[in-house]
Design a protein around this ligand. Structure first.
Ligand SMILES: [Zn+2]
Length: 424
């Protein structure tokens, strides 16, 4: 099959005007000017017309579990209050509700042109019951705050369910809900099975207050539910995390330890609240994990400004994610890109698009398979209208509709009845 479009945005060099992509089965075979592609390849030609063809978008952090909580939780006075509010909502939900919520979320993400999603779920037991319509990295979100002695057991149980998924990983929820033992166990398993790891880190100021000062609403809340608080009152969340993953950045750390325990490339959500000493630690530790920023969820919680420039200057791979609809209004990565642009207007649109294509592909260790249009990559493509100006990246980010045309794993999908009519 040969797909022609006004512009092919490969994310691997300049966009190609009057371009085409040759696809066989689930892979991209060739990409270039329409004339070149038709001279080198045979097959049915699909002409998308005045459209930009680009890689399917990748959501680097989402919780489809909570799609049904859209609009249910107004912004709260504190992060701890938000946790209380979501827990109250969750108490009314059954497994059936969560199943519907996850399926609705998948449909919505796909409607907005997302073809790959990194999705921590608090209910890994539901995974075998779900047929994901897009490429999914399922992470089991693990919490042992009420049962720190059962860390090993909690991980083992989750893995049993995760094994039914094609792509999976582990997600100790956050330093304030998952024990050191749980993090360590997840790292051990990741080393053994070559799987991905993700977690939430330094999301709120209250998390910093809790770990550094042993005070604040989050500290009080977790103490009240019986969390052992003896890890609080000294280090920032980031410093604790670096210690935990063996990258505390001590200048005297023997090199051999680093060699024996090469650090794992965690996908870290948030990193909103870092202090000066945290940046020093990051610089010293040379740890370069992947970072996911969720601009609209960030805005909902009114966190401190995301330190994008500093993290970028330190060489971090920065991706965008929607987070869940308990703190966001929809699952559109286009809207997420627009929110990011509002925060950081000087960042070029092409770089913003990288944060939902090539960057998350790298975080998922799929840099040669996803996020770009290149020979050998998976045939995950989307197409949106374009006017043929030089501002194709800006036009893509400004796109506000549902995505009509999607190619997923080499299979054509139409999202709306309108598109189906056009196809005839
Ligand atoms: Zn999250």
């Amino acid at each position: 099959m040969i797909i022609r479009a006004r512009t092919v945005v490969t994310m691997d060099g300049a966009p190609i005007d009057n371009g085409a992509v040759a696809v066989s089965d689930d892979r991209i075979d060739d990409v270039g000017k329409f004339d070149e592609i038709t001279s080198r390849n045979a097959g049915e030609i699909i002409d998308l017309g005045e459209q930009a063809l680009l890689p399917g978008l990748i959501n680097a952090h989402c919780h489809l579990d909570y799609t049904c909580l859209r609009g249910k939780i107004p912004p709260q006075k504190s992060f701890a209050d938000w946790i209380r509010a979501i827990n109250t909502e969750k108490a009314n939900l059954s497994a059936k509700d969560y199943l519907a919520s996850i399926n609705d979320g998948f449909a919505e993400a796909k409607r907005f042109g997302t073809t790959t999603i990194a999705n921590p779920t608090a209910f890994p037991g539901l995974i075998p019951k779900i047929s994901a319509p897009i490429r999914t990295w399922w992470f089991a979100e693990l919490i042992d705050v009420r049962a720190p002695d059962r860390a090993g057991e909690i991980v083992e149980l989750a893995i049993e369910s995760l094994k039914s998924a094609h792509n999976w990983g582990l997600a100790p929820h956050a330093l304030f809900t998952a024990s050191k033992k749980l993090y360590r166990r997840c790292e051990e398993i990741a080393r053994r099975n070559d799987i991905l790891l993700t977690t939430h880190l330094a999301e709120s100021l209250e998390e910093t207050e809790m770990f550094r000062d042993a005070s604040g609403p989050l500290y009080e809340f977790l103490k009240s539910i019986g969390r052992p608080m003896n890890d609080c009152g000294s280090k920032t969340p980031l410093a604790r995390f670096l210690d935990l993953i063996g990258r505390g950045g001590s200048p005297n750390r023997p090199r051999a330890i680093e060699v024996n325990r090469p650090y794992l490339p965690w996908i870290v959500a948030h990193l909103n609240e870092l202090i000066e000493s945290d940046f020093d630690s990051l610089e010293r530790s040379e740890t370069r994990f992947h970072v996911v920023h969720s601009p609209r969820s960030h805005d909902y919680f009114k966190h401190s400004p995301f330190p994008f420039e500093k993290l970028r200057a330190l060489g971090f791979n920065i991706c965008l994610g929607t987070d869940s609809l308990a703190s966001n209004e929809n699952l559109s990565l286009f809207a997420e890109m627009r929110a990011f642009q509002k925060e950081f207007p000087s960042v070029p649109p092409e770089e913003v698009l990288q944060m939902v294509t090539v960057n998350p592909a790298r975080a998922l260790r799929q840099e040669n398979a996803l996020g770009r249009i290149q020979r050998g990559c998976r045939a995950d493509l989307i197409s949106i209208p374009c006017s043929g100006t030089d501002e194709v990246f800006a036009e893509i980010i400004a796109f506000e509709e549902a995505v009509d045309w999607i190619l997923l794993n080499g299979k054509e999908k139409r999202n709306t009845p309108h598109a189906a009519k056009l196809a005839k």
